[in-house]
Design a protein around this ligand. Structure first.
Ligand SMILES: [Mg+2]
Length: 295
């Protein structure tokens, strides 16, 4: 039904965010009514899902302090980390070099420029990131800037990643056809919910492309993303939010949305539905306010 709504209201972010939340709630209700965890309703199995330490941490700081922060996650089991870049290219490359030097080649280093690069920045940075064995460069440019992605894909072998700001299978259809972005990162809570993310995953599977869902910002979305990854055949990484003071992860629900084992894997929750219970008092105490939720 919501396809009609999107057709009449447009596929703008607001409409899509709204239907995403409703869709996720309906999947949760259906699985809870059946008394089974969501991954089973989606046809999945309880399998280990590789995770990387990400979120809004591991950002702009001195290389030494970044290495110290990364070490905490590596020692807790993570085999992959995502560094926030998009500062000056020089600073970005120094940070990546420091992390690679400290942890060696076994650590998968991913990078996210959060749309802050120019084409010139990308041209300078991408070959060097590739030489450091970086797994991907995420969102060097805004989501709609297809031309820059097309241009930059030829700067090095380094794969380009995006998707957290792409909405519905129709935008992913263009991304995939374009061929520049090969690491696809739909966010279940943004792109149209679990229903739409399953469609994006099916579309991508025909092109042999993996799905590495973006997982801002709530525990609900994080746990739902693990169920989703346990149910699709082209599952990539789970983005484990390791940022400090994320109350939407830690206080919004009564349970822990994910745990990482010492091999860097997580598994879907076993309780019925998404596996979480919302703390209604927390929700009531934190009403919606104007302004960006995060940057
Ligand atoms: Mg990102």
């Amino acid at each position: 039904m919501y396809q009609r709504q999107l057709a009449s209201h447009g596929m703008g972010a607001g409409a899509c965010l709204a239907v995403s939340g409703i869709d996720m709630a309906l999947w949760d209700i259906r699985a809870k009514a059946l008394g089974i965890p969501l991954y089973r309703l989606l046809g999945g199995t309880s399998r280990p899902v590789p995770a990387y330490a990400g979120g809004v941490s591991l950002g702009y700081q001195e290389p030494k302090s970044l290495v110290d922060e990364a070490r905490v996650h590596v020692e807790s089991g993570y085999r992959a980390v995502k560094l926030r870049i998009g500062d000056t290219v020089q600073n970005d490359l120094a940070r990546v070099a420091a992390v690679r030097k400290e942890f060696g080649d076994d650590l998968d280093i991913l990078t996210d420029a959060n749309t802050a690069y120019t084409l010139s920045d990308a041209r300078t940075a991408m070959p060097v990131l590739d030489s450091h064995g970086v797994g991907w460069l995420e969102e060097p440019f805004p989501a709609h800037d297809y031309r820059s992605y097309r241009e930059a894909r030829n700067y090095s072998r380094l794969p380009l990643a995006a998707g957290e700001n792409h909405y519905t299978r129709f935008e992913f259809d263009r991304v995939i056809e374009d061929g520049s972005i090969t690491i696809l990162q739909p966010d279940l809570s943004k792109t149209g919910g679990i229903t739409e993310a399953l469609r994006v995953a099916a579309l991508a599977s025909t092109w042999k492309l993996p799905i590495h869902p973006h997982t801002s910002m709530t525990a609900i979305n994080m746990a739902a993303s693990v169920h989703f990854l346990a149910a699709i055949e082209n599952a990539g990484y789970f983005e484990a939010d390791v940022s400090c003071n994320n109350l939407f992860r830690d206080e919004l629900v009564h349970q822990t949305p994910f745990r990482i084992d010492n091999g860097g894997f997580t598994r879907p929750l076993e309780a019925p539905g998404i596996g979480l219970e919302v703390d209604e008092q927390f929700l009531a105490a934190h009403p919606v306010i104007e302004g960006p939720a995060y940057v």
